[in-house]
Each structure stands twice: as structure tokens, then as C-alpha cells.
Write a protein that binds this ligand. Structure first.
Ligand SMILES: [Zn+2]
Length: 459
């Protein structure tokens, strides 16, 4: 599909978004005017009656997109945790423990990205697949290979997906296989710097649609020397940082044994925790850890599907939100078997209910439950959109003047799946139905920064 050129446009129809966590706002019959650079310049409600002149202004230029009755504009989905190279093994071998899954499947697969043409075809397929699922912003781990990770940046820019991409750093010989490891801390740092320079100088990326991310895989896979140098680079460059943190019993214990302090405290001392840091998982964060993360205003990528397989626990999400922690959602491809943030939003609700009820019937009700843990579908919708934007400190996730127009057009209908949106549905009903039933078949169009990046085939 050819991308639309950047141009001033307007979108007319019903829009749903969640500027406040746990609430939904319907912008009925809204005219959303967007500048060529993707910035929302104005939002007028009841526009068909009150903004006829503006509608005509766009219509005569062929720059008006109309949503029909029963179709809704939503903010684009934000995925805070994707392992781009793991796309070919989505849904594979999830019965294995994490360590075996990594050694037998994941590291050998990631090593194949030394082959640039393999990387090119898999990354094309990945970005196309995520856009079709409504993911307009993705925070990607690449591999240790600089050329392959550069190809991912090229593809995201060409297809106009908002992307934050990291060339993975992992040099610890005790934890990483010989065939897939940085040869030294110095070379890992040098290649991270080279990737940052490459992305910043990509022609067509002047607005920063694609951003480089400093990406130590996690503390166990890196030496102290590498972690310290990446912390210094984070301060020097101001780039985003991503890593895994307190995901599982093993990882949490490993860091306690190596440093005598928690994962979070160690990352903080190493200079890797700041406003532009996103920590994947965080299931075993303590209250003192949360206090540090809150003070640094770092974000958490909650990956409810992946946590089922590899994390040993359910994230006490509501507790984090009550502490004011920035949280969004992640698919954790391929630890999670779905590329859909909507599906992960659904599972965030379900996981929270398991946590609140408890799961072991052999325990008494009081022993098996963790009170006040549930979240509702409206909160999940906020996490998938506005929450992700806040975690990344990017102006996306809500329809607001000055924010970027990243959006999708969603519709129900029995021929497209199980989503049925009806005229009498309240805004909260609509969002609940979307969270529980919407899939990629319901996503008709997707835009990033005011450019159409996906249109459902067959229409
Ligand atoms: Zn991960």
C-alpha cells in the first residue's frame, strides 16, 4: 500500500478516547483538524451543524475523512514492549521454562538476524502486522546486530510507524551464548552509539518519528562495565532507555545476589532510570522500588499475556497505578503469543480479576486473594492508549490540540468478528465491547501522524 503524502486533513465522526484514567469521553460528531506534520490543530464537536464552513474547506480539497454511523475513531494503540526479532516464533514453545525457551529457541533465532535479508523480510512482515492490529507506536528491542536493527528503523520510517528502537546490548559471557553475544563492553557501547547516530541522521526522520533507545537486555546479560557505560550514555544523549526489570523470581534473585540490592535500585545507581526509561514487566517490584521508579517518573510495560508463561506472578497493577507509576501495555512478542494490544488490554482486566480472587481453591478465600486489585475495561483502554503515551513522554494516546493524530477507525459487524456496536450503547458500553471483542478484522483504517498507514484489504 502506498503511503499518503503528508497534508493538512480533517476527520469527521464520532471519536472515543480516555483523557482521564477509568473514564471515557465520546467526542460526538467531531471535526478533528490536523496539520500536515500530524499535529491536531482543532477539535470541534457537533460539527455537522456548527462547523459547516470548515468541513467544506477540507472537503473541496479532498482532505476530509468521514467516519460513518457505527464507526469510531480511537487513539492508536501503544505497545511498550516488543522483541522485533521474535516475530517468527509467535506462539511457539510457550510450554518451556524461560531459560530453556531462550537458549533453545530465542537466542538461536535472534542470532539469524546477522543475515540482513532475513531481517529485512521478517521486519517488513512484523511492522505490517502490528499496524494492521492498530499499533501506531511501538517500543522495540532489536538484536545485537547493527545492520539488522538499522533495517528495522528504515522500515518503520518508510511505513510511518512511530517507533522507538534499541540495538540490544548483552556482553556477559556467563549468561549469553557464544554465538549470540557482544564481544566486549566497549564494542557494545560503540555500536549503540553508532545506532543512535544512524537514526538521528536518517533522511526523512527530522521530526523524530523513529527514535533510538539504549537497550541493555537485562542486568544478568550485561557486565558492570557495559551497564555503567550505557548509563553514562543515557545521561549524555537523553535517549530513551528500555530493559527488563524484576520480571521473574530468577531474575529478581539474580540481581539481589549479584549486587545485594534490587533490580530497580541497581538500575538507578547505574544511571539507567529516568523519565525516558521503560521497564518491562516489574512483577516483583517492592514498595521501595516503586518509590524510586515514581521519583524518576520512569514507566512500566505491563505484559499480561507474557506474564502467564514466564513471570511466575501477576503484576499488582492497581497498586502501581495508586502509587502514581506510569504504566502502559506491552505484547512482549514473542513471550506473549498475541500481537494485539487490544487483546492484551482484555487480559490485563482478566489477570487483575485472578489476582483479586486468588487462584488456588485449596487456600481459604482470605488467603488466596489480594483485595482491591481489579481494574475495569475503561482503565485497560486508557493503558492501551493514553497510559502508553505518558510512559513514553510522547504527545500521543488522546485526541487533544497539540497532540499527534495517531488513530484507528473501528467498526463492528458479524462478518468481521464478534464486535457488535449498537446505537443505544453508552460511551462506556462501546469501550467495554471494544476491549472484550475487537480484533484486527474490526480495524478498518490506521493513521500515524496524519498519514494512513493501513487500510483493511478487501474494502
Ligand atoms: Zn521482553
Amino acid at each position: 500500500m502506498l503511503l499518503q503524502p503528508a497534508a493538512e486533513r480533517a476527520y469527521l465522526g464520532d471519536a472515543l478516547h480516555a483523557p482521564v484514567r477509568g473514564e471515557v469521553e465520546l467526542l460526538a460528531d467531531a471535526l478533528i483538524s490536523v496539520r500536515a506534520d500530524g499535529t491536531i490543530s482543532a477539535i470541534q464537536r457537533n460539527a455537522s451543524h456548527q462547523s459547516r464552513a470548515q468541513i467544506e474547506h477540507f472537503e473541496v480539497r479532498g482532505a476530509l475523512v468521514r467516519a460513518r454511523a457505527g464507526q469510531y475513531l480511537l487513539p492508536g494503540m501503544v505497545d511498550l514492549h516488543v522483541h522485533a526479532p521474535q516475530w517468527p516464533q509467535l506462539g511457539k514453545a510457550l510450554e518451556l521454562p524461560l531459560e530453556e525457551w531462550l537458549q533453545a529457541y530465542t537466542f538461536p533465532l535472534e542470532a539469524r538476524y546477522a543475515d540482513e535479508s532475513f531481517a529485512q523480510s521478517e521486519y517488513e512482515s512484523l511492522v505490517e502486522g502490528l499496524l494492521a492490529n492498530g499499533t501506531t507506536t511501538a517500543l522495540y528491542f532489536g538484536t545485537i546486530h547493527l545492520p539488522a536493527t538499522q533495517r528495522l528503523a528504515d522500515i518503520c520510517l518508510r511505513r510511518a510507524q512511530r517507533a522507538l528502537i534499541g540495538r540490544v546490548a548483552m556482553d556477559n559471557a556467563d549468561q549469553c551464548p557464544d554465538f549470540y553475544r557482544d564481544t566486549s563492553a566497549a564494542s557494545a557501547e560503540a555500536q549503540t552509539r553508532a545506532f543512535i547516530t544512524y537514526v538521528h541522521s536518517l533522511p526523512g526522520n527530522e521530526a523524530g518519528l523513529v527514535k533510538p533507545v539504549i537497550t541493555p537486555r537485562f542486568i544478568p546479560s550485561c557486565t558492570d562495565e557495559l551497564l555503567r557505560s550505557l548509563g553514562a550514555l543515557a545521561r549524555e544523549s537523553g535517549c530513551h532507555v528500555q530493559t527488563h526489570c524484576s520480571e521473574s523470581d530468577w531474575e529478581h534473585q539474580y540481581v539481589l545476589e549479584r549486587y545485594g540490592i534490587t533490580d530497580t535500585a541497581a538500575l538507578d545507581r547505574l544511571g539507567l532510570l529516568g523519565r525516558h526509561t521503560v521497564l518491562a514487566h516489574g512483577n516483583f517490584l517492592s514498595d521501595p522500588d516503586l518509590a524510586i521508579i515514581g521519583a524518576r517518573a520512569a514507566g512500566i510495560a505491563h505484559c499480561p499475556l507474557s506474564n502467564v508463561y514466564f513471570s511466575d506472578a501477576i503484576l499488582p497493577l492497581r497498586h502501581l497505578l495508586a502509587q502514581g507509576i506510569h504504566v502502559g501495555l506491552g505484547t512482549d512478542i514473542a513471550g506473549g503469543a498475541s500481537p494485539s494490544i487490544l487483546e492484551n488490554a482484555r487480559h490485563a482486566v482478566i489477570a487483575s480479576r485472578y489476582l483479586e480472587a486468588g487462584v488456588d481453591p485449596a487456600q481459604s478465600r482470605a488467603q488466596r486473594r489480594r483485595a482491591d486489585s481489579r481494574i475495569d475495561a475503561l482503565t485497560a483502554f486508557w493503558l492501551a492508549t493514553a497510559g502508553g503515551g505518558i510512559a513514553l513522554d510522547l504527545p500521543v494516546g488522546v485526541f487533544r490540540e497539540g497532540f499527534q493524530f495517531d488513530a484507528l477507525l473501528i467498526e463492528g459487524g458479524s462478518e468481521r468478528g464478534n464486535l457488535r456496536l449498537q446505537p443505544g450503547d453508552s460511551p462506556a458500553d462501546l469501550v467495554q465491547k471494544i476491549i472484550y471483542h475487537a480484533g484486527r478484522g474490526n480495524i478498518r483504517e490506521v493513521w500515524v501522524a496524519n498519514r494512513r498507514v493501513h487500510s483493511r484489504s478487501g474494502d
